[in-house]
Write a protein that binds this ligand. Structure first.
Ligand SMILES: *[C@@H]1O[C@H](CO)[C@@H](O)[C@H](O)[C@H]1NC(C)=O
Ligand SMILES: *[C@@H]1O[C@H](CO)[C@@H](O)[C@H](O)[C@H]1NC(C)=O
Ligand SMILES: *[C@@H]1O[C@H](CO)[C@@H](O)[C@H](O)[C@H]1NC(C)=O
Ligand SMILES: *[C@@H]1O[C@H](CO)[C@@H](O)[C@H](O)[C@H]1NC(C)=O
Ligand SMILES: *[C@@H]1O[C@H](CO)[C@@H](O)[C@H](O)[C@H]1NC(C)=O
Ligand SMILES: *[C@@H]1O[C@H](CO)[C@@H](O)[C@H](O)[C@H]1NC(C)=O
Ligand SMILES: *[C@@H]1O[C@H](CO)[C@@H](O)[C@H](O)[C@H]1NC(C)=O
Ligand SMILES: *[C@@H]1O[C@H](CO)[C@@H](O)[C@H](O)[C@H]1NC(C)=O
Length: 372
């Protein structure tokens, strides 16, 4: 309809101008065609960019694998997950009564699919071996500030090379390392919440007092470290953070931070003076361009950001640069019994691409199997 109408208009205007300026309307028509072709080209390029990137990586098995922390995942396989949650720790797993989980926070899945959990309110770190019906306490167990005690541990990372566990011992304001069940203080006087390692041997720690992320060369902790994000007081500007919770570091040493009270995820490139918003940042809410107190984050090798969207009981995925994310887990908002998730905190993948989430308000860790 509208095309036909426009055509009419063009013809009309053509006729009336034929004598006076036959050259003008031709020029205008050619200009319009050029502009339209240009826009179509731009559109096509944009639409195919992501696809081409995927094809490229799918065709090259070397580039499909990324090593994050110490686990490898095949990002190109990451498409959809079965929405049925399978409990792998705590919750309804038989035999759990002797070893229940509290509201857990950070989780870590090693290459053998063993699940490590920061069992925050029980002041301990628990390991559930693959297929196990019961967990084992591998650090802490009693609330306190003795060297072998923990107080509200919020996040963990496993250094699989050294068989050591690095723990954000939040309540004691210290970062701990447990190697062969021997505890050691790595960093003291820090309101640490999140911990992460990169491939180059650096340890990253988020600080809720200074609203910043610092990093240390591993093994060299007798210094103040280096600020890699925030550090400009609490706030919502791009060079500020407001309760930086969890951290993810990619191969280029870009640091992704769940900026919890700003309801956004920030990305700080190496040596940057400010970050960019890569997810959320549109106030707290349930819309697809919003987050509600984001917790753990994982970024795959296509740059897609997975976020445990705590207040919305869902896991979101954001393509960097997009206005809004997509819901990966948690479309069911029918009431908390039938929800897939209830207060998701920790988030991790195993090498096959199965997604694990700390379903904190149901006191369990659940797995969502990848559908290939
Ligand atoms: C991968 O690339 C090679 C050469 O570039 C091509 O021959 C092959 O068909 C591609 N494979 C797939 C699965 O696209
Ligand atoms: C595949 O990945 C490897 C390692 O990153 C790279 O050296 C190689 O050039 C890639 N091949 C293609 C066809 O992209
Ligand atoms: C999802 O998992 C459920 C329970 O294990 C199973 O019955 C169902 O067939 C699965 N759906 C898909 C699409 O794999
Ligand atoms: C884990 O449990 C599943 C289901 O109970 C079983 O099929 C599988 O063989 C078990 N794997 C191992 C390594 O125990
Ligand atoms: C792990 O071991 C290597 C080599 O012995 C050492 O350089 C590194 O600092 C250790 N990492 C930690 C966290 O202790
Ligand atoms: C940022 O903080 C200022 C001052 O607290 C507030 O007025 C403003 O609305 C905030 N902006 C966003 C996007 O939340
Ligand atoms: C379900 O939601 C209600 C109201 O929000 C809350 O009181 C109750 O504890 C929740 N139950 C579970 C099992 O999460
Ligand atoms: C990644 O995928 C490739 C090809 O499908 C497979 O050979 C490889 O074992 C996978 N890697 C892991 C860690 O699962």
């Amino acid at each position: 309809m509208s095309d036909w109408k426009n055509e009419g208009k063009i013809r009309q205007s053509t006729r009336s101008r034929t004598r006076s300026s036959s050259f003008n309307w031709k020029a205008i028509l050619i200009l319009i065609i050029i502009v339209v072709l240009f826009l179509i080209t731009i559109g096509c390029i944009t639409m195919w960019a992501c696809y081409m990137k995927k094809v490229e990586t799918t065709n090259n098995t070397t580039t499909t694998e990324i090593t994050y922390l110490t686990t490898t995942m095949n990002a190109s396989k990451f498409k959809k997950w079965n929405q049925t949650a399978i409990t792998v720790a705590g919750g309804n797993v038989q035999g759990h009564e002797s070893n229940p989980l509290s509201r857990s926070e950070g989780i870590f899945i090693d290459k053998n699919k063993n699940v490590f959990i920061a069992d925050r309110w029980n002041h301990r770190i628990v390991e559930w071996k693959y297929n196990a019906t019961e967990g084992q306490i591998i650090a802490g167990g009693k609330q306190g500030n003795e060297i072998d005690q923990l107080f509200w541990p919020t996040d963990i990372v496993i250094d699989e090379q050294n068989h050591s566990i690095i723990i954000a011992d939040y309540g004691n304001k210290r970062v701990m390392q447990w190697s062969n069940q021997k505890p050691q203080i790595l960093i003291d006087n820090i309101e640490c919440h999140g911990v992460a390692l990169d491939k180059h041997g650096f340890l990253y720690v988020s600080d809720w007092n200074k609203n910043e992320v610092r990093r240390w060369k591993m093994g060299d902790y007798n210094n103040k470290g280096t600020v890699v994000a925030g550090g400009n007081n609490r706030g919502n500007q791009t060079d500020q953070l407001d309760f930086p919770a969890f951290i993810f570091v990619n191969e280029e040493q870009s640091v992704y931070i769940s900026d919890k009270e700003n309801n956004r995820v920030m990305k700080w490139r190496k040596d940057a003076k400010e970050g960019t918003v890569v997810a959320g940042g549109n106030g707290e809410g349930r819309k697809r361009n919003q987050l509600s107190h984001p917790h753990a984050i994982v970024v795959d090798n296509l740059g897609q950001i997975y976020v445990a969207d705590w207040g919305n009981d869902r896991v979101m995925r954001w393509c960097e640069g997009k206005e809004e994310g997509e819901i990966v887990i948690g479309k069911n908002n029918q009431g908390n019994q039938s929800k897939q998730l209830y207060g998701p905190t920790g988030l991790s993948f195993d090498a096959e691409g199965n997604l694990y989430v700390a379903d904190s308000l149901r006191y369990q860790i659940v797995k969502f199997e990848i559908i290939s």
